[in-house]
Design a protein around this ligand. Structure first.
Ligand SMILES: Nc1nc2c(c(=O)[nH]1)N[C@H]1C(S)=C(S)[C@@H](COP(=O)(O)OP(=O)(O)OC[C@H]3O[C@@H](n4cnc5c(=O)[nH]c(N)nc54)[C@H](O)[C@@H]3O)O[C@H]1N2
Ligand SMILES: Nc1nc2c(c(=O)[nH]1)N[C@H]1C(S)=C(S)[C@@H](COP(=O)(O)OP(=O)(O)OC[C@H]3O[C@@H](n4cnc5c(=O)[nH]c(N)nc54)[C@H](O)[C@@H]3O)O[C@H]1N2
Ligand code: SF4
Ligand SMILES: [Mo]
Length: 715
């Protein structure tokens, strides 16, 4: 019997787990000695053993031939990939990177080299179904799309939260294990907590105040707050910034009265929220998925940080602060500062702008279906299920069938991977090392933890090796090329930037494989690193299996800015231009019904529905609807929901926790054509049969899942 300590890879809260293994996993608890999560665990984390041992996970690669799946050796699988991929030139290849890439070491370390090797601009990911608006607004304001401030949860005196439900999701773009406990602590220390959501969620129930808002209209509420701050002379900018006068001018049309009718929040509430934010000793505004996957997504994200700046709360303890993760790359002072911009190229069919090197996933089906030069003929998916997770997934489902070649790196045969010619399953979670390169950059305390593999690989390649091999195949080096060469190349580049002798530095690195060596190099070069006056390295983390606390967040401006001006840009031109669109919406009629999403604690997008202990109870695919609407429309237990994209018959869950005129359906359901037995029995419907791929937030290209106009009729 052995206890392994490792980070839960399932959501952004990065909880430390203590896993008891006796041949198989016999127990999973929160790791009480983890200085960040302090023993917290949720029902999903507690099921990690079951998930890891799920008999429906693929153990070996599959190749499709004559309409059937054949289990093949790894050598055969990579040879099949080489054969298929070499037929399709780079510009006609595409890649889709799904959400778990934000959690796996493979995704963090080998995603970018794989993209480069493919030689294509057809790069798609779950980011444009999720947080791209935040990247774009932060890129424009702070110079880099990953320079994202997070609410200083443990010290703030006032938290205004919009479109997030951390009591179910455990938080996002704000890494905070035991988010619920931290919110309770905020109230215990006398702070105030306000939630804005079209549903009275479990998070709202915990708050001092819950404000209902019309879906998709957060930008109006936020604009009304900014307007009030200026109108009542409540502005105190304490960070070096450009553009204050421009914001004041541009926000003029957005009086609280005008905004109130557009967002459904009374003008006096808008004004009061502005006054409270300005008067609070410290305050932070935090907005998440409900405000991102909306037609004014980027504007809303921008206004959030404008309010944080105008109230003097940007970059101060208790406000919105910038984490300093242990693997942050050292600044390169010789690099010329260029303004961040999007639209460096555009998608072929709809002419949608690139953002962060990606095209909107809402146009992936267009690129596959539309004939002509540059049509996408081959697709690689890594850790994604876009048939269930992207707008009009039904259409994408059909489009995937038209591809000439598709490879999926995924542990499951599911709605998306069933279209692949080759499926390459990553090893089990306990066979994989874990370091949260992405999520620790959004943590509410600086912290680092590495979890080495608990179980040996028994002949299977790690996911890092799978992606490295795909990169080498894509770049023409062949299925037999040594993936270690790729790591050495990348290491050499990193060590050269540091100065000194790359060969000597390389010789002092430690690690059992390429991923560990690269982690070691990043830690040593990073802000707490051994080569930077600190003591962090991979060996240090291995000696601290519960993780290391690196202290509370500290002010970082202006040092961490990469804007051309060296200042915070409060009024980037693309955002001011987009305010014109927002203004145009002030007088728009609202549809009779709009659809929004939701998450359940025991779910995780599309892929935890095969765990019997997690499905059922409240975790069901039902349409939440206000009882008054049920009565008015004469509905019984089911209704037909129609949108511009499609229609679904769905079971109803009447509840007065949702606003009249708003209905909610969770995503990730609609299981079909998957051998996952439990998921198939609890199939549900695919909400993304209703969401409309033709509507995106124009600045970021992000999908619009909230505020989708629908018509509801009895079945
Ligand atoms: N209507 C609506 N749609 C939404 C949302 C919404 O709120 N409403 N939310 C959006 C959001 S925020 C997101 S992030 C996207 C998610 O979109 P996707 O990332 O496309 O979907 P997931 O369901 O997360 O799919 C994850 C896939 O990764 C596989 N997987 C799990 N672990 C691993 C691993 O370690 N390695 C590999 N290679 N594969 C693994 C799973 O089997 C699954 O197939 O969905 C979006 N879609
Ligand atoms: N249990 C569980 N945890 C998860 C996931 C999961 O699927 N299940 N997915 C993970 C992923 S990929 C992500 S990105 C995060 C997301 O984490 P969160 O952002 O916390 O996501 P949700 O829990 O969906 O909460 C979004 C809230 O926005 C509300 N909302 C909808 N439309 C609007 C609107 O127009 N305005 C406002 N103000 N609110 C609106 C919804 O009612 C909902 O309560 O969760 C992660 N954690
Ligand atoms: S909150 Fe997230 S990280 Fe923590 S145990 Fe649950 S799923 Fe894992
Ligand atoms: Mo997400």
């Amino acid at each position: 019997m052995e206890t392994a300590y490792r980070t839960c890879p399932l959501c952004e809260a990065v909880c430390g787990l203590a896993i008891t293994i006796d041949g198989r996993v016999t127990d999973v608890r929160g790791d009480r000695d983890d200085p960040f999560s302090k023993g917290y665990v949720c029902p999903k984390g507690a099921t990690l053993g079951r998930l890891d041992e799920d008999p429906d996970r693929l153990q070996a690669p599959l190749v499709r031939g004559d309409g059937e799946w054949h289990t093949v050796s790894w050598a055969e699988a990579f040879a099949a990939v080489e054969e298929g991929l070499s037929r399709i030139p780079g510009p006609e290849r595409a890649i889709y990177l799904g959400n778990p890439n934000a959690h796996t070491m493979a995704g963090a370390l080998y995603g970018a080299p794989l993209i480069r090797a493919l030689g294509t601009r057809n790069v798609f990911s779950a980011s444009t179904a999720d947080q791209m608006p935040k990247h774009v607004s932060c890129g424009l304001m702070f110079g880099h799309p990953l320079t994202i401030p997070v609410p200083d949860l443990d010290r703030t005196g006032y938290l205004l939260m919009l479109g997030a439900n951390p009591l179910e999701s455990n938080g996002s773009l704000c890494t905070a294990p035991d988010f619920p406990g931290r919110l309770k602590a905020l109230r215990r220390r006398g702070g105030r907590f306000v939630v804005v959501d079209p549903r009275r969620t479990r998070t709202a129930a915990l708050a001092d105040e819950h404000v209902f808002i019309r879906p998709g209209a957060d930008a109006y509420l936020l604009a009304g707050i900014v307007h009030t701050l200026f109108a009542e002379d409540l502005v105190t900018v304490t960070v070096p910034a450009n553009g204050l006068a421009e914001v004041a001018e541009a926000i003029r049309p957005f009086s609280p009265d005008a905004c109130a009718s557009a967002c459904g929040v009374p003008a006096e509430v808008i004004v009061r929220l502005a006054r409270e934010l300005a008067a609070a000793p410290t305050a932070a505004v935090y907005a998440r998925i409900g405000t991102c996957t909306a037609e004014f997504g980027t504007l809303a994200q921008w206004l959030v940080d404008v309010i944080n700046a105008l109230t003097g709360n940007l970059d101060r303890p208790g406000g919105a602060m910038f984490p300093r993760p242990a693997t942050e790359a050292p600044a390169n002072p010789s690099r010329r500062r260029k303004p961040y911009r999007t639209g460096r190229w555009h998608s072929r069919v709809r002419g949608l702008p690139e953002a962060n090197g990606e095209l909107p996933v809402a146009t992936l089906a267009d690129e596959i279906e539309t004939p002509g030069d540059g049509r996408v003929r081959a697709l690689i998916t890594v850790a994604g299920n876009p048939v269930l997770s992207t707008p009009n997934g039904t259409r994408l489902d059909r489009a995937l069938g038209e591809l000439e070649f598709m490879v999926s790196v995924d542990p499951y045969l599911n709605e998306t991977t069933r279209h692949a010619d080759v499926i390459l399953p990553p090893p089990r979670i306990l066979q994989s090392g874990h370091y949260d390169f992405a999520l620790l950059g959004f943590a509410v305390r600086n912290y680092a933890r590495y979890s080495p593999p608990v179980l040996p690989l028994d002949g299977r390649p790690s996911e890092a090796e799978i992606l490295a091999r795909l990169a080498m195949i894509a770049s023409g080096q062949g299925a037999d090329a040594d993936p270690a060469l790729l790591d050495e190349l990348i290491l050499d580049q990193m060590l050269r930037v540091h100065g000194g002798h790359p060969a000597e530095l390389r010789a002092s690195l430690e690690g059992a494989n390429g991923a560990e060596l690269r982690l070691d190099a990043m830690l040593r070069l990073g802000p707490y690193g051994e080569w930077n006056g600190g003591d962090l390295s991979l060996p240090t983390l291995l000696r601290h299996p519960h993780g290391i606390d690196l202290g509370p967040l500290e002010p970082r401006l202006p040092g961490n800015l990469s804007t051309a001006s060296g200042l915070v840009e409060l009024a980037p031109a693309p955002l001011l231009d987009d305010l014109v669109r927002l203004r145009g919406g002030l007088e728009r009629r609202t549809p009779e019904f709009v659809l929004i999403g939701r998450r359940h604690l025991r779910s995780n997008n599309s892929w935890l529905h095969n765990m019997g202990s997690l499905v059922g109870g409240s975790n069901r695919c039902t349409l939440q609807i206000n009882p008054a609407d049920v009565a008015r429309l004469g509905l019984s237990d089911k209704a037909l929901v129609r949108s511009a994209a499609g229609e679904l018959a769905v079971p109803l869950e009447p509840t007065d926790s949702i606003m009249p005129g708003v209905v909610s359906l969770p995503h990730g359901w609609g299981h079909d054509g998957t051998p996952q037995a439990v998921a198939a029995r609890n199939a549900g419907v695919n909400v993304n049969a209703l969401t409309d791929e033709t509507v995106v937030d124009p600045l970021s290209g992000n999908a619009v899942f909230n505020g989708v106009p629908v018509i509801i009729t009895p079945v």
